[in-house]
Design a protein around this ligand. Structure first.
Ligand SMILES: Nc1ncnc2c1ncn2[C@@H]1O[C@H](COP(=O)(O)OP(=O)(O)OP(=O)(O)O)[C@@H](O)[C@H]1O
Ligand SMILES: [Mg+2]
Length: 264
């Protein structure tokens, strides 16, 4: 089945368009002919039961799967502007990852100082001027709502931070190269409610500048932060629509069964 949200009728507002995307781990097909439009400056939530392909879909967006032989993409993920097909072998994954950042479930700071974690992507981009790097690091830490907590300890190891602070550091690290899209794979599942609320606020504020895709198992979180919701099941898009429509008036029986916990 193919779900094309209404937004696809207004192409200029889409940041990315997924066309006929299938993905294979060797012989195992994890994504099946996905068609989706991701609106610009909006938050799209990916929901669905464990194993339905949420992380697999997210990882296609920054070519994480390239690292393993036997993995295979079919179709296109077109990033705008420039109509760059993210999954084309002709597109350099390193270059593309500076446009599309990712934040993982568990905070994964590098074994470096707080400052150098955030400066990492800038150095990859060839930005080495001391003043420029310092300015961009500060600005990314401010955007990640972490600056006030770390400004006097930038040279300390990132491992000296709490879990919630480490996750905000990872967000700052992803923001520093000024990506156009940011992908979050269950970014708060390892955090307590206060740290979760902090990250949710932050994600919400970032959508003014970026297009965001978030995978979450927390239905309240999807309802709170996202504008659009995509329900995946067995590697297929069952339904994709405005978040309010998906939660209040889904058009597919399977979606409402999942949302009300009546899943077999
Ligand atoms: N590296 C891999 N090699 C082979 N199969 C994989 C690999 N990673 C995932 N899969 C399979 O692909 C399917 C989709 O997995 P994926 O991790 O995308 O699910 P998910 O929706 O993110 O689940 P969860 O909610 O548990 O994180 C599953 O059937 C899974 O077993
Ligand atoms: Mg997952």
């Amino acid at each position: 089945m193919v779900a094309i949200p209404a937004a696809i009728a207004a192409p200029p507002e889409l940041k990315a368009v997924i066309k006929g995307l299938s993905f294979f781990y060797g012989d195992h097909q994890a994504l099946k002919d996905i068609h989706l439009g991701l609106p610009d400056n909006a938050i799209t939530a990916l929901i669905g039961p464990s194993g339905c392909g949420k992380s697999t879909l997210l990882r296609c967006f920054n070519r994480m799967h390239d690292l393993y032989p036997g993995n295979r993409y079919v179709g296109e993920i077109v990033l705008r502007p420039g109509n760059l097909n993210i999954i084309s072998p002709r597109v350099d994954p390193m270059e593309m990852r500076l446009r599309v950042g990712m934040v993982f479930q568990k905070p994964n700071p590098f074994p470096k100082s707080i400052f150098e974690n955030v400066a990492f992507g800038l150095r990859l981009k060839g930005i080495n001027n001391r003043h420029v790097v310092a300015e961009r690091v500060e600005s990314a830490l401010r955007s990640a709502a972490l600056w006030d907590e770390v400004k006097n300890r930038l040279k300390q190891s990132a491992y000296a931070l709490s879990g919630g602070q480490q996750q905000r550091l990872c967000i700052a690290r992803a923001l520093a190269p000024e990506p156009e899209m940011l992908l979050f794979d269950e970014p708060t599942s390892a955090l307590d409610p206060a740290a979760t609320a902090h990250i949710e606020d932050l994600i919400y504020q970032l959508k003014d500048r970026l297009t965001i895709v978030i995978v979450t198992h927390n239905m309240q979180q999807a309802a709170r932060v996202s504008d659009e919701t995509v329900f995946l099941y067995h590697g297929e898009v069952i339904e994709a629509d405005k978040t309010s429509t998906i939660f209040e008036n889904p058009s597919k029986e399977l979606t409402s069964e999942y949302l009300t916990g009546r899943f077999g």
